[in-house]
Design a protein around this ligand. Sequence first.
Ligand code: PEP
Length: 260
Amino acid sequence: MPDRPHRKPHIGGNWKMNLHHQDAAALAGALADRFDAATTDAVDVTVFPAFPYLAAVSSVLCEKGSQIAVGAQDGYAEPNGAFTGEVSMSMLKDVGVRCVLVGHSERRHVIGETDELVNAKLHAALDAGLDVILAVGEKLEQREAGKTDYINTGQLGYGLAGVTDEQMSRITIAYEPVWAIGTGKTATPDDAQKAHVVIRQAVAFMFDQAVADGVRIQYGGSMKPANARDLLDQPDIDGGLIGGASLKADDFAGIVDAAK
Ligand code: PEP
């Protein structure tokens, strides 16, 4: 059997629209205290606070000399101009952001973002020098209709259109079945692994096998310390994108430990 390609696990904590200033800074400080250099050497950790606290979280992590990266939950596709309420990728970079999340199911299905907008945001982030997590995932009715792979590879194809092989090294893919997000229902390790294999094959088809072997694919959807190890033990699961369990330092640390 060929060796499993080494991919450094990537764990993201998506804080969503939670935690005001003091709580966000306190959680960042607690994570920085817990994740020593040995941990962040073994696992890439990115936290995604709400926009108003990006700079504060970034400076807490910086003051503590932490290698935890700060990510933004969104960013706009245009570089500047008359786009009231939006925030450009270079503005995010300015306040210490290193990574941007695009294609999260809440942005696709609650806010109504299209595949084209997801792709435009992905390119804007890469052009600004930021890393990207591209999230894909099927809804329950799509899974029940046997369309899981069709939906995931479709979102992947649109999301990654126009991306170069070199840029793929700055992209992490997150497979997040929509029915598992925030519901307490988790895909079985076997089901998640199967979806990850199909996603990796699609990357090989769009790029080549070396790119597919190198790309990290996170699982997201009610990952917790109790189920993290079984999921992360799967050969094609290279980390997790964590919502609810990322809001508590102990839970998030338990998942990062399982990834080590
Ligand atoms: C998410 O929002 O990306 C997520 C996976 O949430 P949760 O862990 O709460 O299911």
